[in-house]
Design a protein around this ligand. Structure first.
Ligand code: PLP
Length: 397
């Protein structure tokens, strides 16, 4: 039984069904609950904690900035946004950054940019632009975004929805091409679908999407909010196929696990379509976010975290593959990111996650039978071994 914390049960809206653990401290790959029990964090807040809890370099950047200046709004310039944008643009090999806060806002921004580009550059007739999206997508929780989700829980009673989105099967480049018309402004996909259960498209898919988008004069928008910034053993999941999208959507780890920081990154011929007054956010590009985001980019520039994700990911993959046939029906791994399908005879993904909590390991179930593993990239291989051993024991029990 967990100690119930006064207030949560009665006063927090029930929009989540958290696993039964109450965390009060975190350090690196480990968290501690209110009773003092320690857990290895194999979720990393859905990759927002790629650098682990309380990374000293990120805390230092935040603390230094907290003492100087936290918020100006974009009504004025601040001295942190420029350096952050320059560094992030360079990391992406692009020219321009539009800073926002949450991932969903970055996606919304990408949609607005694509539509404005469609009308002002491509010459699509007013209000006719479409965007091709993928079945099984997860791009966030705003009303426009849930309107093109095919998860019934996500859109349920929240319509009517924004028109203009055309869903096609994920991983099928021919289906994308077949859906493109002269009115298509963009193709919006996750290069690897995270919420869907770490669904990795067939090799060559991203290259084909790139080629199709170029040939039809359609923007390729890659939602790298969860897959990007080191998780898959490269800076971006698109790098796995050597592909550069027209637009990167970034978030989660960009805030260093400290605060929400998101961004849309593209060249000037795309992002330049947005004019003053057409889009923005009170907190977007604030000096605290920019200081932390700049430090995140500096940490990624060394390649150290990408290399860790690659090496540790290979190690994790070999360990997890050993469980297939022993309570596990399938495993998908990209860098330090894994979807593990649990044999229904063992119980649901949620039940496995609860049994792992009892053994000091935090994972998260998704879509019933899958558990998702996304440890902080600072985790050690011996810790990964220990965690997989706990899973083996849980499945053997
Ligand atoms: C988490 C996520 C989002 C939404 O980010 P929020 O910060 O929760 O709004 C969008 N796209 C992908 C791929 C994500 O994983």
């Amino acid at each position: 039984m967990i100690r119930v914390i006064a207030g949560e049960q009665e006063h927090v809206a029930h929009n989540y069904h958290p696993l039964p653990v109450v965390i009060s401290r975190g350090e690196g790959a480990w968290v501690t609950d209110v009773e003092g029990k320690r857990y290895l964090d194999l979720l990393s807040a859905y990759s927002a904690l790629n650098f682990g809890h309380g990374h000293p370099a990120l805390l230092a950047a935040a603390q230094e900035q907290l003492n100087r200046l936290t918020l100006t709004s974009r009504a004025y310039h601040n001295d942190r946004l420029g350096p952050f944008a320059a560094a992030l643009a360079e990391l992406c090999g692009k020219e321009v950054v539009l800073p926002m806060n949450t991932g969903a806002e970055a996606v919304e921004t990408g949609i607005k940019v694509a539509r404005a580009w469609g009308y002002r550059v491509k010459g699509i007739a007013a209000d006719a632009a479409t965007i091709v999206v993928a079945h099984g997508n997860f791009h966030g929780r705003t009303t426009t975004i849930v309107g093109f989700s095919d998860d019934p829980d996500a859109h349920g009673d929240f319509g009517p929805f924004t028109p203009g989105f055309v869903p096609v099967p994920f991983g099928d480049a021919a289906a994308i091409e077949a859906a493109i018309t002269p009115e298509t402004a963009a193709v919006l996909i996750e290069p690897i679908q995270g919420e869907a259960g770490i669904v990795i498209p067939p090799e060559g898919y991203l290259r084909a999407v790139r080629e199709i988008c170029t040939r039809h004069n359609v923007l390729f928008i890659a939602d790298e909010i969860q897959s990007g910034l080191g998780r898959v053993g490269e800076t971006f999941a698109c790098d796995r196929e050597g592909v550069v999208p027209d637009v990167y959507l970034l978030g989660k780890a960009l805030g260093g696990g400290i605060l929400p920081v998101s961004a849309v990154v593209a060249d000037r011929d795309v992002l330049g379509v947005i004019r003053p007054g057409e889009h923005g956010s009170t907190f977007g590009g604030n000096p605290l976010a920019a200081a932390v985001g700049l430090r995140v980019v500096e940490m990624l520039k060394t390649g150290e975290f990408q290399n860790r994700a690659k090496l540790l990911g290979d190690h994790l993959a070999s360990r997890l593959e050993g469980l297939v046939g022993h309570g596990v029906t399938g495993v998908r791994v990209a860098g330090l990111w894994a979807g593990v399908d649990i044999d229904p005879a063992q119980g649901t993904g949620r039940e496995i996650a609860e049994r792992l909590i009892a053994r000091g390991v935090l994972v998260k179930d998704t879509h019933g039978q899958t558990i998702r593993i996304a440890p902080p990239l600072v985790i050690r291989s011996t810790e990964l071994d220990w965690a997989v051993e706990q899973l083996r024991v849980v499945l053997a029990g």
